[in-house]
Design a protein around this ligand. Structure first.
Ligand SMILES: Nc1ncnc2c1ncn2[C@@H]1O[C@H](COP(=O)(O)OP(=O)(O)OP(=O)(O)O)[C@@H](O)[C@H]1O
Ligand SMILES: [Mg+2]
Length: 295
C-alpha cells in the first residue's frame, strides 16, 4: 500500500463514517470511478463489454475490479473459465472475508462474484449494512475503477446499481428491440429517478458509421421526449466472429484475439473512458456503497 493509502486507512479508522465524508474527500481520497454496464434487452454483449473494457483499462494502468451483479446465467466467471468457490453471500453471512471471495482474473482484473449475494444486499439490517461497508472500505485504496455488469432490463437491481453508480454505460445493438428496450430503461431512470447522464455503446454494428446512425436514432427520440437528457456516444464495437470464438474458448477477446477489429474497438473505447471522466460530481466508493445500501 502507498503512503497516502496508509494515511487514508488510518484516518478512516479514527473517524466516524458519517463525519469523515465531506471533509476527507478532496485531500485524502482519490475518487474511484464506479461504472455500470446495462442494457434494456438481454444478450446484447454486456458481459463481454465488461470483461474487455476492464482488461483494456488495466492496460491503461488502472486497477479494475469487476462486480458481477447479473442474476442471469451468462456470468463473468463462466466467460472467463473461472469457477469461484465463494461469492458475496459468503461475505454477507460472515463465512468469508472479502479478500477470500475476490478472484484474480486474466490481464490483472479482479472479480467479485456477486450473483447470488446481490438480492441479499437489499435485505440487510442496518447493522449488517454498516458492517459490509466497513469491509468494503478496504477496497478504496486498492482499486481505481469498479465496473459493474448489472444484467439486462428494468428490474429493481438494475435500477439500484445504475442510480448508485457515477457513470452509466448502456449497450445497444442495431436491433430495433434493443433500442426500444434501452429507451425504456433510460426513461425509467430519467423520469422516476431524475438521472440525466448516459453513455451509449453500440455493439454488433457493421462499423462506426452504422454505430453512429444507431446512436443518432436513440438520441433523437430521447431528445424529443426527455427534456434535459444527455446521451453521449461512447463508441462502436463491430460484429466480429473473434468475439464468439473467444466466448467458446472462455478467454477474454483482448487476450485471445488481440488483433481482431473488436479488440481494437475496445481499446479505443477504454481510452475514451479514461480521457473523459464524467462531468458530474464523482463520489468516493463509500458514497457508492452508501447510496447502494441506502445507509
Ligand atoms: N461484437 C460482437 N461480435 C460478435 N458476437 C458478439 C459480439 N458481442 C457479443 N457477441 C455474442 O453475443 C453473445 C452474448 O454476449 P454477452 O453474454 O456478453 O451478452 P449479455 O448482454 O451479457 O447477455 P445477458 O443479458 O444474457 O447477460 C456472446 O456469447 C457472443 O457470442
Ligand atoms: Mg451478461
Amino acid at each position: 500500500m502507498d503512503q497516502a493509502g496508509g494515511l487514508r486507512k488510518q484516518e478512516d479508522h479514527e473517524m466516524e463514517f458519517d463525519e469523515v465524508m465531506p471533509v476527507a474527500i478532496p485531500t485524502l481520497q482519490k475518487p474511484v470511478r464506479v461504472i455500470t454496464v446495462s442494457s434494456g434487452k438481454g444478450g446484447v454483449g454486456k458481459s463481454n463489454v465488461v470483461i474487455n473494457l476492464s482488461l483494456a483499462m488495466c492496460r491503461q494502468g488502472l486497477r479494475v475490479l469487476i462486480l458481477d451483479a447479473d442474476l442471469g446465467l451468462a456470468n463473468i466467471d463462466v466467460l472467463l473459465g473461472l469457477a469461484p468457490q465463494f461469492n458475496m453471500s459468503h461475505v454477507l453471512n460472515g463465512q468469508k472475508k472479502l479478500e477470500e471471495v475476490l478472484i484474480d482474473g486474466p490481464g490483472g482484473v479482479r472479480i467479485m462474484p456477486a450473483s447470488s449475494g446481490i438480492q441479499e444486499l437489499t435485505r440487510l439490517t442496518d447493522d449488517q449494512k454498516l458492517l459490509f461497508l466497513e469491509l468494503l472500505d478496504g477496497l478504496e485504496t486498492d482499486i481505481d475503477v469498479l465496473i459493474i455488469d448489472t444484467g439486462a432490463g428494468i428490474s429493481d437491481t438494475v435500477l439500484y446499481f445504475n442510480l448508485a453508480a457515477n457513470e452509466r454505460i448502456i449497450v445497444v445493438t442495431p436491433e430495433p428491440t434493443s433500442l426500444t428496450d434501452a429507451y425504456a430503461l433510460i426513461k425509467v431512470l430519467y423520469a422516476k429517478h431524475g438521472e440525466r447522464h448516459f453513455r451509449i455503446l453500440v455493439n454488433l454494428a457493421s462499423g462506426e458509421t452504422m454505430g453512429k446512425t444507431i446512436f443518432a436514432k436513440l438520441s433523437k427520440v430521447a431528445d424529443h421526449f426527455l427534456d434535459g437528457l444527455s446521451l453521449d456516444y461512447l463508441g462502436t464495437i463491430p460484429h466480429d466472429t473473434a468475439v464468439t470464438k473467444s466466448v467458446l474458448q472462455q478467454r477474454p477477446l483482448l487476450e485471445a484475439f488481440p488483433r481482431a477489429p473488436a479488440s481494437g474497438a475496445f481499446l479505443q473505447v477504454a481510452e475514451t473512458i479514461c480521457r473523459t471522466p464524467p462531468n458530474v460530481n464523482q463520489g468516493t466508493i463509500q458514497f457508492f456503497w452508501k447510496r447502494l445500501l441506502n445507509v
